[in-house]
Design a protein around this ligand. Structure first.
Ligand code: ATP
Length: 321
């Protein structure tokens, strides 16, 4: 039994490295792609996961397949494309550890996934289907994504959505907004950055954005706000947490660490936000907020996933337990 299936981009993040505490023009090869990062968190916490996507039949594709397999993520539906290369992204960091991206993705293998290549049995067997919008920037992966999410929805799966807007990958912001809105129409639970939430809703304040997001019939919505922490809502409760203090080195994957940890809490508490108590809900979100902050203290998205015991200990310290 697979608990969580994610579909989307899997690529190489060439992350800028530091030498003697200064950023230099050298780059380190790391696995990248938000849906896979979310699975990496869940798998590390003991949840059974599978990934659907496409890489090139090249050294980078092999590297990515091995990385996911080593994390015990089921890769039976990770397709190798003999014609297109694995997508590459160069991630440059500023002094605060914040990132900007340069993508090398013209016909990148991740955008070349076809509907017919999706293993629908895998989706049928899962509890949660997770996706974003990077697989919606180009055909054929756009149609493949829609087909997969529609199938998951028809099978009654819980649909999880994190748009992961990356401006350089979209011709214009309106196309990205259209894709984000279409993703939200399928979603049951969703996480957006404040920028994404503002783009989709046209509101400014997180609480106003959340109210608008819930109109998409979400049972849970979260807005992450980087160094300002996060806000969240169900149709009964709304709350927010300031950032958990962290000695930030690299924020890559902080949002994915947040969402992976949140889904873990969701699954561990009956996977139903309609019936959850306010206290338990805030416990789940606070835990995700702490895990995300801790993940910024190390480089990369996957290598920085904190031990759950450490996250839990920090949670208990905050609550005076
Ligand atoms: P992504 O860029 O991967 O889509 P995102 O934009 O959703 O991610 P952020 O909002 O930057 O991610 O961060 C996610 C979470 O990580 C925040 O809600 C917060 O919990 C934590 N976080 C990020 N930056 C910091 C920071 N400087 N200090 C403490 N916590 C942080």
């Amino acid at each position: 039994m697979i608990d969580v299936v994610a579909l989307g981009e899997l690529l190489i993040d060439f992350t800028q490295i530091r030498s003697n505490d200064a950023l230099v023009k050298r780059f380190e090869q790391n696995p990248g792609g938000a849906p896979a990062n979310v699975l990496a968190v869940l798998s590390k916490f003991g949840i059974k996961c599978a990934f659907i996507g496409k890489v090139g039949n090249d050294v980078f594709g092999e590297f990515l397949r091995k990385q996911l397999s080593d994390l015990s993520i089921d890769c039976r539906n990770l397709v190798s494309d003999p014609k297109h290369n694995t997508t590459l992204a160069f991630v440059t960091l500023d002094d605060k550890g914040d990132r900007s991206f340069s993508f090398y993705r013209n016909h990148g293998a991740d955008t070349c996934l076809f509907e017919k290549e999706i293993d629908l049995e895998l989706i049928k067997a899962c509890r949660i289907f997770h996706f974003g919008t990077l697989s919606m920037t180009h055909e054929p992966s756009l149609s493949a994504t829609i087909k997969a999410v529609e199938y998951a929805k028809a099978c009654g799966k819980i649909i999880s959505f994190d748009p992961n807007y990356r401006a350089p990958l979209w011709g214009d912001a309106d196309s990205a907004i259209t894709a984000m809105k279409s993703g939200l129409r399928y979603a049951d639970i969703a996480k957006l950055s404040l920028e994404e939430a503002q783009m989709v809703t046209g509101k400014t304040r997180p609480e106003d954005c959340l109210k608008e997001l819930l109109k998409y019939e979400l049972s849970f919505a979260a807005i992450t706000m980087g160094p300002q922490g996060c806000a969240y809502a169900t149709d009964k409760y709304m709350g927010a947490f300031p950032e958990y203090p962290a000695a930030v080195v690299d924020t890559t994957g902080a949002g994915d660490n947040f969402w992976g940890t949140l889904i873990f809490g969701f699954l561990s508490n009956g996977a139903n936000f309609d019936r959850i108590s306010e206290e338990r809900l805030s416990e789940i979100v606070l835990t995700a907020n702490i895990a995300a902050a801790m993940s910024t203290e190390k480089k990369g998205a996957i290598p920085s996933i904190p031990d759950f015991a450490k996250v839990r200990a920090a949670f208990e310290e905050i609550n005076g337990k």
